[in-house]
Write a protein that binds this ligand. Structure first.
Ligand code: TXA
Ligand code: MG
Length: 331
């Protein structure tokens, strides 16, 4: 039996970028850095290549992929843009914003899970942008994690969970934002709707559009229910049980056992036991978002029986953090 290939992690030299662009054009998968999380990329116009993404991730065919483009001019090749889409693209691209629009015929049906729409994003990471331009194709890329597990924010995370299933990972350093992009549904331009909260808040989107961006329809009460294709109630989950708390109290922690971890948003005061952790010393939510997934991965393999996490409070950034924490805690 053939030995399993072990992915190599490549720095973003000019030679490596040309090599990886060739691999992508030949229909292979490449792990790529983005400013949000690492992605698992394939030529978005090659159905056979995109099928490999679903196999490598163990992702259900009902969960559509995000297509990444290098230039605004590429948008109209794969989607049918409308005025609000162009307004948001001008304000936030390149950046952590994905737009759902009607799709054109060149996008293979499997990329958008058979839907008449497609999700499009122009990423900001300089190495991924260079790779997109060298490849000369739009690249479909979901987060590079096995389906349902914590998203990767470093090349080493991708290697740890998908290294036996792909050949190459482009190393772009730790992801600057650390949470997946904000997704807005613009299929109906008069009713923009948030599908997934991210670093760009609903308030910012509403301000730029000059009209409210609606909340997703809440159908999450039913087990297995989804607010959009691919948005599952349970997601981003460590294997260790995770309990989400509104706020930690000292007595709660005192009663906790030493084989349970306590993850705070900000650094708590006083002498701290070994099983106390925090996401950002001062509780800055950008730092919290950047470190959340890496910390959950580290705690997941540290042998704790349970991980307790405190919710974030505050403006838009807290929505994205709490959304990921709620899904990580769901069973
Ligand atoms: O930040 C990000 O968006 C990262 C990086 C790699 O760009 N990508 C990412 O992809 O988070 P993924 O596969 O983990 O999330 C894709 C989600 C789907 O699960 C679904 O919720 C939504 O995007 N989506 C994609 N196509 C859609 C469509 N046609 N209609 C509605 N939602 C769609
Ligand atoms: Mg994902």
């Amino acid at each position: 039996m053939a030995r399993k290939p072990i992915a190599s992690i490549l720095p973003g030299t000019a030679g490596n970028l040309r090599f990886l662009a060739d691999r992508l054009r030949a229909g292979h998968l490449v792990g790529v850095p983005t400013e949000t999380v690492y992605g698992l990329a394939a030529d978005a116009l090659n159905a056979r290549a995109c099928r490999k993404i679903f196999v490598a991730k163990g992702r259900p065919a009902s969960d559509p992929l995000i297509v990444h483009i290098a230039e605004l001019a590429d948008l109209a090749k794969i989607a049918v843009p409308n005025q609000p889409a162009l307004t948001l693209a001008k304000a936030f691209w390149p950046g952590p914003l994905t737009l759902v629009l009607p799709r054109t015929g060149i996008v293979p049906a499997l990329v958008s899970a058979g839907l008449p729409s497609v999700a499009v994003r122009m990423p900001a990471h300089p190495l991924f942008r260079r790779l997109l331009k060298l490849t000369g194709r739009p690249l479909a890329a979901p987060s590079a994690n096995p389906f349902g597990y914590i998203s990767p924010t470093t090349a080493a995370h991708v290697h740890a969970s998908l290294g036996a299933r792909i050949g190459h990972i482009l190393d772009g350093g730790p992801a600057r934002i650390g949470l997946e992009s904000t997704i807005v549904d613009l299929r109906d331009p008069s009713r923009p709707r948030l599908i997934r909260p991210g670093a760009i808040s609903r308030a910012e989107l509403s301000r730029v559009l000059g009209r409210p961006v609606l909340l997703p329809e809440r159908v999450l009460a039913r087990p297995g229910a989804r607010i959009a294709p691919g948005l599952f109630k349970r997601h981003y989950s460590p294997r260790t049980s995770l309990t989400l708390h509104r706020r930690f109290s000292a007595s709660l922690i005192a009663r906790g056992k030493s084989d349970e971890a306590w993850l705070f948003i900000a650094k708590p005061a006083g002498p701290l036991a070994k099983n106390i952790f925090w996401l950002d010393a001062r509780g800055d939510l950008r730092g919290v978002g950047r470190r959340l997934f890496a910390r959950l991965r580290a705690l997941d393999v540290a042998g704790y029986r349970r991980i307790h996490v405190e919710s974030a409070t505050g403006d838009g950034a807290a929505d994205a953090i709490n959304d990921r924490l709620r899904r990580a805690a769901a069973r």
